[in-house]
Design a protein around this ligand. Structure first.
Ligand code: HEC
Length: 474
C-alpha cells in the first residue's frame, strides 16, 4: 500500500483517507473465480446443465442480429465447439459483461454468473463438452421473468438516418431530440430500441435545459450530418441531468413507483450512442420510447446528484517531454474546449479540499483521484452511474468509507469503457445528513497510445472521474 504525502489538510475526512491509504482499490476481484469449494454434478452435459445457463445469460447478445451475433450460442454444436473459449471467458469473469463486484450493494438486472454456474461450465468443458440427452433440458427459472411493461407515450427518433464513418471500429455520436410535449410532464420510464442491434454497444441519455439550445445547435450543425462526434459526454457546457442508459440485452426501465423526471416543452434530450462495427456498418435510426405522466399527477421528482473527483495522471515510466507537463495539459484542454475547461482541474481540487500535493505520488501506471462529499440533507437514492474513459482501471462510489459500516454503492474493480451502465439498486437507500460519499478512480496512462499528462476533459484522450446518484429531489 502506498501513502500520500500531504502538506495542507483541509478536511478531516481527507486525513482519514490518507491514514488508511484506502483511496486505493484492491484488485482482488480481477482474479479468476475461485471454484475450489463449489460442488458440481459429476459429469455435466450440455442439455441438462449448460444450456439453461447459456440461454438465460448469453443468447440475448450471442444470437443472430445481436451485438455478439458473430459468436452465436443458439445451436448446440456451436456452443460445444466454443466450449474452451466459453470456459475461459466465464472463469475469468469476462462474460457475461457485468462490471460491478460481488461486494457491491445488490443491483437490478445483475448479469453475472454464480460460482456454481461458472463451475458447471468449467467442469463440462474439461470433460470434453458432452451434449447429453435433449430430454433432460429444463429452462432456467430466470428465463420465466418477463420484462417490465411500459406505455409508449413519446418516441424520439432521427428524421434522417445517421450513416457512420466507414473507416472506424467504434463511433461515438450524440443526437439531440426536442421533446414534443405541450405542457410539463414526468418521464416515468424509458426503453431504448436499437435499429441495428449488431452495432449498438451502449447509449446514455441526458436531459438539457432550454439554455443549452444554442450550444446544441452549433454542435449539431458542425459537420452537416445528423448529430455530432462525442466521446466522454455530449461536450456541451451547460446544466444537464443524466436520466439513464442502455447496454445490449437491457429491458425497459421503469422508475420507482410514484417518481419521475420532470420535463418541460423547451428541454431537449441528448442521446450519446456508441456504435461498434465489428460485424456491420449500416445507417442507424435507433429509437427511445418514453412513458410519461402529466405534471398534475403529483409524482415525487427524481434528480441526479453529480459527483466528481480530480484527474491528475502523469506520464507513464519511460515517457518524457513537454507533453508530460501539467501546464501543457491545461493549455490543451483550453484549446479544445475553451477557457473554462482550463479552470476545471484546479476547481475540482479546491472543491475536494485538496491540493496537487495530494497526488504527488501518482504515477502514470497507478494514478488515483478521489473526493469526499459530506451529505448536507438526507437523501433517498435509487441507483448509481459511474463514468471514466479508456485509461480507467477501477471505479468506486462508497458511503461512509471510514465508518463502521461502509457500503459499496458502485464497486467496479475492472473498468471497461464499453460496458458502462446506469445501475438501479434492488432496494432504495436512505443517506443521512452527515454521511460521507466518496468517489474514487484509478487510472493507468500506459493504456494510452499517446501517453501524456492527462486532466479532466470530455475527449477520447482526456479522462474523468464522474458519477451520479439517482435520487429523490430533496
Ligand atoms: C450483454 C451482451 C452479452 C452477453 C449477455 C454475453 N456476451 Fe459474450 N460477448 C459480447 C460482446 C459484445 C462480445 C465481443 C467482445 C466485447 O465487446 O466485449 C462478446 C464476446 C464473447 C466471447 C469471445 C468471442 C470471440 O470472438 O472470441 C465469448 C467466448 C463470449 N462472449 C461468451 C459469452 C458467454 C458464455 C456468455 C454467457 C454466459 C456471454 N458471452 C454473454 C456480449 C455479450
Amino acid at each position: 500500500m502506498r501513502y500520500f504525502i500531504l502538506s495542507c489538510l483541509i478536511f478531516i475526512s481527507s486525513l482519514a483517507v490518507l491514514a488508511h491509504g484506502d483511496a486505493e482499490h484492491d484488485d482482488d476481484e480481477t482474479a479468476a473465480a475461485d471454484l475450489s469449494s463449489v460442488s458440481v454434478p459429476a459429469h455435466p452435459t450440455y442439455h441438462e446443465h449448460v444450456r439453461p445457463i447459456i440461454e438465460a445469460s448469453c443468447v440475448a447478445c450471442h444470437s443472430d442480429g445481436q451485438i455478439a451475433g458473430y459468436a452465436p450460442f443458439t445451436l448446440a454444436e456451436d456452443v460445444v465447439w466454443a466450449a474452451q473459449d466459453i470456459k475461459f471467458h466465464v472463469v475469468n469473469r469476462l462474460m457475461p459483461p457485468w462490471m460491478p463486484s460481488r461486494a457491491n450493494r445488490p443491483l437490478q438486472n445483475d448479469r453475472s454468473l454464480s460460482d456454481e454456474e461458472i463451475a458447471i461450465i468449467a467442469a463440462w468443458a474439461d470433460d470434453g463438452a458432452p451434449l447429453g440427452d435433449p430430454h433432460d433440458y429444463t429452462p432456467s427459472a430466470t428465463d420465466a421473468v418477463s420484462p417490465a411493461e411500459m406505455r409508449a407515450d413519446l418516441t424520439l427518433q432521427l428524421d434522417e438516418a445517421y450513416a457512420p464513418a466507414a473507416d472506424a471500429l467504434d463511433d461515438y455520436r450524440c443526437f439531440a431530440f426536442e421533446l414534443y410535449v405541450d405542457a410539463p410532464q414526468f418521464i416515468t420510464g424509458y426503453e431504448f430500441i436499437p435499429d441495428v442491434a449488431k452495432m449498438a454497444h451502449h447509449s446514455i441519455f441526458y436531459l438539457f435545459d432550454e439554455g443549452a439550445e444554442g450550444a446544441i445547435q452549433s454542435r449539431d450543425n458542425a459537420d452537416g450530418r445528423p448529430g455530432w462526434s462525442c466521446h466522454g459526454g455530449p461536450g456541451i457546457a451547460s446544466e444537464r441531468k443524466g436520466i439513464g442508459g442502455w447496454t445490449p440485452g437491457a429491458s425497459p426501465v421503469l422508475f420507482p413507483a410514484g417518481t419521475g423526471f420532470p420535463i418541460k416543452p423547451s428541454q431537449q434530450i441528448v442521446v450519446q450512442m456508441h456504435y461498434n462495427f465489428w460485424t456491420t456498418n449500416q445507417p442507424d435510426r435507433s429509437r427511445i420510447v418514453l412513458q410519461l405522466e402529466s405534471a398534475e399527477s403529483e409524482l415525487a421528482e427524481l434528480t441526479d446528484v453529480p459527483l466528481a473527483a480530480p484527474v491528475e495522471i502523469p506520464c507513464p515510466a519511460g515517457v518524457e517531454g513537454p507533453q508530460c507537463e501539467r501546464e501543457r495539459a491545461l493549455d490543451r484542454v483550453a484549446e479544445q474546449y475553451g477557457a473554462d475547461a482550463r479552470a476545471v482541474p484546479d476547481r475540482l481540487l479546491r472543491r475536494c479540499g485538496q491540493s496537487l500535493e495530494v497526488y504527488a505520488e501518482n504515477t502514470g501506471e497507478n494514478a488515483r483521484g478521489y473526493c469526499d462529499y459530506p451529505i448536507q440533507r438526507s437523501l433517498t437514492i435509487f441507483g448509481v452511474f459511474g463514468h471514466m474513459h479508456e485509461l480507467g482501471r477501477s471505479f468506486r462510489l462508497e458511503l461512509n468509507p471510514d465508518g463502521e459500516e461502509p457500503l459499496l454503492l458502485l464497486d467496479i474493480p475492472r473498468w471497461d469503457f464499453h460496458w458502462q451502465d446506469h445501475y438501479l439498486f434492488v432496494e432504495p437507500l436512505q443517506i443521512a445528513q452527515g454521511d460521507i460519499l466518496r468517489i474514487g478512480c484509478v487510472w493507468d496512462s500506459a493504456l494510452s497510445e499517446d501517453p501524456r499528462y492527462v486532466v479532466w476533459g470530455e475527449g477520447t484522450s482526456d479522462e474523468m472521474c464522474f458519477g451520479t446518484l439517482l435520487a429523490l429531489k430533496p
